[in-house]
Design a protein around this ligand. Structure first.
Ligand code: FES
Ligand SMILES: [Fe+2]
Length: 411
């Protein structure tokens, strides 16, 4: 069913390429410049989006075995993600139930965490195992002092959690069926080759850049964009959007060769050909595939807001279908990953920072998204809609998206 959907999308990309067309929205849309610069708006986005919607915390391959863990700060919340004994992933508030000190730092493999302040020890399933000097401390019911759990779901080789222990929003509902599409990458069997975190501009300024091919031949003309199309068609599952260039050509894995899909029967289209383009996961993930020297790989960019409205951080995970076994492939992957830092840090985010400074002058009232920039239009509509929504409405909002899709499919 979902392969069928991927084939239909590919066919529509080919049809548009052959007709020399792309999908356009009805109108050019304006977004108030203050949406990017206003501190109060930024605080609202952090509260209503990052602290109450599911976030993709880690690719599964970052925690490949039981005992693996990582501690991260997400929008000001200290988070610990572990892979438990039974193989499931679980996210916790990384805050000791004695007096709040984080129980873990960095990443590694551990079955228990001892708090560095007074020595309380927790298992990696969050249970309080022991407190220090229990006779002196006084009686505690250990069951009442487990690490706080966040709702967590692992799907399609990616781990999501909602950083609100009381959240009633079902993560699967939130994904609107998009996880089924993403599962075709097979990320649960991929390998994490490398990762790094880089600073960037306002989170939406940064994210806009992942939703637009319009800028590729201009901003990236000196790196990769010179020969690149500036057109993209958009496909949406609720707020989650894929963008892909209308084209009948795809790059063959492990080579620079192009395949013409019209010369192959659709039943034989390789799966990576069906997954071309950029897959974004609202509100903060972008997945871009690469097929070159290092073998099949993808960069998963995970964006989160910084401490002020003009700052964000992006963790770039370079994941590979197969762990490189020889130096040439390893070198190819290293080169690709280094190149991606140049493109994102020196071109996208450097531009984003300049853009932000300019908007902060307060003299530009609006920014614009063209009919060819539907992804940005849809993204900002969702941000607006979700910061206005009550907690109780969230489940219904996303459930209705999936229903719309099903009705469309049945037509
Ligand atoms: S704060 Fe963790 S043991 Fe005291
Ligand atoms: Fe870019």
């Amino acid at each position: 069913m979902s392969r069928q959907k991927l084939m239909e999308m590919t066919q529509s990309l080919i049809d548009h390429a052959e007709a020399g067309t792309m999908e356009l929205t009805d109108d050019v849309v304006a977004v108030p410049a203050s949406d990017y610069t206003d501190e109060a708006r930024f605080a609202l986005e952090t509260e209503k989006i990052f602290k109450r919607l599911p976030l993709m915390l880690a690719p599964s391959c970052e925690l490949p075995e039981p005992g693996c863990y990582k501690a991260i700060d997400m929008a000001g919340i200290p988070v610990l993600v572990t892979r438990q004994k039974d193989g499931t992933a679980q996210a916790f508030l990384n805050s000791c139930t004695h007096r709040g000190n984080p129980v873990a730092q960095g990443s590694g493999n551990a079955t228990r965490f001892t708090c560095g302040y007074h020595g309380w020890t927790f298992k990696n399933d969050g249970d309080l195992l022991a407190i220090a000097s229990p006779k002196d401390f006084g009686t505690v019911d250990k069951a009442q002092f487990c690490l706080q759990k966040f709702p967590t779901l692992e799907r399609a080789g990616l781990i999501w959690a909602t950083l609100d222990p009381e959240s009633a929003l079902d993560i699967e509902t939130y994904l609107c069926g998009y996880d089924e599409m993403l599962s075709h990458f097979g990320f649960d069997n991929w390998h994490l080759f490398d990762q790094r975190t880089i600073p960037g501009p306002n989170w939406k300024t940064a994210y806009d850049g992942y939703l637009d091919f319009y800028h590729l031949p201009v901003l990236h003309k000196d790196t990769f964009g010179a020969d690149f199309f500036n057109q993209a068609n958009y496909f949406a599952w609720g707020p989650h959007q894929r963008l892909s260039a209308p084209s009948k050509f795809v790059q063959k894995t492990g080579s620079d060769e192009q395949i013409d899909l019209t010369e192959i029967s659709p039943q034989d289209w390789p799966i990576d050909a069906l997954l071309q383009g950029v897959w974004t996961i609202f509100p903060h993930i972008s997945i871009a595939s690469f097929y070159g020297g290092g073998g099949r790989g993808a960069m998963i960019s995970q964006l989160f807001p910084g401490k002020t409205v003009g700052e964000s951080f992006t963790t770039q995970f370079y994941v590979m279908e197969h762990e490189p076994t020889d130096d040439a492939v390893r070198q190819g992957a290293n080169d690709q990953f280094a190149f991606l830092k140049t493109v994102v840090a020196d071109e996208d985010y450097t531009t984003g920072k300049r853009q932000h400074e300019s908007l902060q002058s307060g003299l530009i009232e609006k920014v614009w998204f063209g009919r060819n920039e539907g992804g940005g239009q849809v993204f900002h509509q969702w941000v607006d809609r979700l910061i206005d929504a009550d907690d109780a409405e969230l489940d219904r909002i996303f459930a209705s998206q999936k229903l719309d899709d099903q009705l469309e499919a049945a037509e």
